[in-house]
Design a binder for this molecule. Structure first.
Ligand SMILES: Nc1ncnc2c1ncn2[C@@H]1O[C@H](COP(=O)(O)OP(=O)(O)OP(=O)(O)O)[C@@H](O)[C@H]1O
Length: 242
């Protein structure tokens, strides 16, 4: 195996002495779409926040390297400069700004139109719209993906990019995820949806804050489908607390 782009070893994040991420190991290869499956509450979004360096998400143990650079000592903007980007599940933090402003955050000189077109939204209609409840869930997902596309990230973390999206639009979203890979990026794809996970090159299943399975996406989906319990201590998913 080549040296992974993202190499996570023994990552532990605790709240009130309770491990949300529990000595988690995960490797994402350069150029791969790597799906991360896991039941509600298994720690997927927490992992995304810890990787991004969000406030309040400082791990108590472990190391993370991106392209060989130690990530954990870095601030959020330094991680972004290394090419790490997260598509937020809900871009609510930016409620009220226009789509043009949102897509230009941090890069005011850039033209947001190509990325918007790539996600199937007409710039003439959408650039002046505001990020508010008047946008449908699908439109918000697409705008979030347009934001990620325009960053040309080395590693994009996508948190449920197709949640609540109809079947036809899911195929479009899948096309956008593939475009990130075709542009030379890698993707950590957090998803519950089988049809989305199956586009990955590799997939892992998270249970109670620890990776309990990594393999090809078909095997991982089968593993996940039969095992839906969170923190099951091995009763269902085979995870055994040492
Ligand atoms: N800051 C926090 N304080 C307390 N508990 C937290 C905190 N962050 C996460 N948790 C808990 O950690 C667990 C994992 O949450 P997380 O959001 O990472 O799960 P998830 O796998 O993304 O779930 P879902 O599929 O429902 O989005 C949950 O039980 C959650 O309540």
């Amino acid at each position: 195996m080549p040296i992974p782009l993202l190499d996570i070893q023994g990552l532990t994040f605790e709240v009130d002495h309770h491990s949300i991420l529990d000595r988690l190991d995960l490797a994402v290869q350069a150029g791969h779409i790597h799906a991360l499956l896991g039941a509600n509450g298994s720690g997927k979004t927490t992992l995304a926040y810890v990787l991004m360096g969000c406030e309040g998400y400082r791990p108590s143990a472990g190391r993370v390297r991106l392209g060989g650079t130690e990530l954990l000592p870095l601030k959020m903007h330094e991680r972004a400069r290394l090419g790490l980007t997260l598509a937020w599940q809900e871009p609510a933090r930016f409620e009220g700004v226009t789509v043009r402003e949102y897509l230009s955050l941090g890069k005011p000189e850039s033209n947001p139109e190509p990325a918007l077109k790539q996600v199937g939204l007409d710039p003439d209609r959408y650039l002046t719209r505001r990020l508010d409840k008047a946008l449908s869930g699908g439109e918000r997902h697409r705008i979030e993906l347009a934001s990620v596309l325009s960053m040309k990230p080395k590693l994009a973390i996508l948190d449920e990019p197709a949640a609540g999206i109809d079947m036809l639009s899911i195929n479009h979203i899948i096309g956008i995820i593939r475009a990130l890979k075709d542009a030379g990026g890698s993707v950590l794809l957090i998803t519950h949806q089988e049809e989305v996970a199956l586009i990955a090159d590799r997939a892992s299943q998270l249970c109670a804050g620890r990776i309990v399975f990594s393999g090809n996406p078909r095997e991982a989906v089968d593993h996940f489908r039969g095992r839906t319990c969170v923190r099951c201590d091995g009763e269902v998913c085979g995870y055994v607390r040492p």
